[in-house]
Ligand binder design. Structure first.
Ligand SMILES: Cc1cc2nc3c(=O)[nH]c(=O)nc-3n(C[C@H](O)[C@H](O)[C@H](O)COP(=O)(O)O)c2cc1C
Length: 193
């Protein structure tokens, strides 16, 4: 049986919920899936493949997510890896500006102002060579207290009322379909060479 590690960096539970759903789908496809927090730094050496996902805040992955990729980049580079970002809230200003590029919707432009968070993830991806980086819409509940000063400040800005739509927009059918696809890929590895 293939073993897959699903790692998540989540501030408010949205990404953690996506990771749990992926774990469930993988297990229903006869994969031994373990779901863990990036902050716990689970070692990917014990697994055949790894998914790493993070919530996105102000164009950046949650710190524990990039720290996880940094710490295990050399091991991850030797295994099938998939990344996912849980971010855009439909109608947010980022999504409206970027148009049809999901990575840009979530992490902002590839270059210039506001590209730092994206560059960080893409720099690590250049070492790890993930098979894909999927973006799924996120969730925002303003009654859940902010977990950092920066988040508190952004939430307080009058403009945030328009850019932070409230609700749970996680795309369960797309998430489940992606997990099933990964289970199939892992079950039938592509021959090398
Ligand atoms: C203050 C704040 C800033 C955010 N900035 C972004 C962003 O830059 N890009 C994006 O795609 N989503 C952004 N979001 C949406 C979050 O990524 C989304 O709520 C996600 O589901 C959070 O995941 P988590 O609950 O796992 O932390 C932001 C949300 C908040 C509250």
């Amino acid at each position: 049986m293939q073993r897959i590690l699903v790692v998540h960096a989540s501030r408010h539970g949205g990404t953690a919920g996506i990771a749990e759903k992926i774990g469930e789908v993988l297990r229903s496809a006869e994969v031994d899936a373990v779901v863990a927090k990036a902050a716990d730094m689970p070692d990917p050496r014990d697994f055949d493949a790894c998914l790493v996902g993070s919530g996105v805040y102000m164009g950046s992955w949650v710190k524990e997510g990039t720290e996880y990729l940094e710490r295990y980049a050399s091991t991850l580079a030797t295994r099938p890896v998939w990344l996912f970002s849980s971010g855009p809230l439909p109608g947010s200003s980022k999504a409206a500006k970027a148009g049809n590029d999901p990575i840009e919707d979530a992490l902002g432009p590839a270059d210039g102002p506001g590209s730092g968070g994206r560059k960080k993830v893409e720099g690590l991806a250049a070492v790890i060579h993930p098979r894909a980086h999927r973006v799924f819409q996120g969730a925002y509940d303003p009654t859940d207290p902010p977990t950092s000063l920066a988040e508190r400040v952004v939430r307080m800005l009058p403009a945030s009322k328009g850019i932070l739509p409230i609700g749970d927009f996680r795309e369960w059918p797309a998430i489940e379909a992606w997990a099933r696809q990964i289970a199939a890929e892992v079950a039938a590895p592509v021959p090398v060479g």
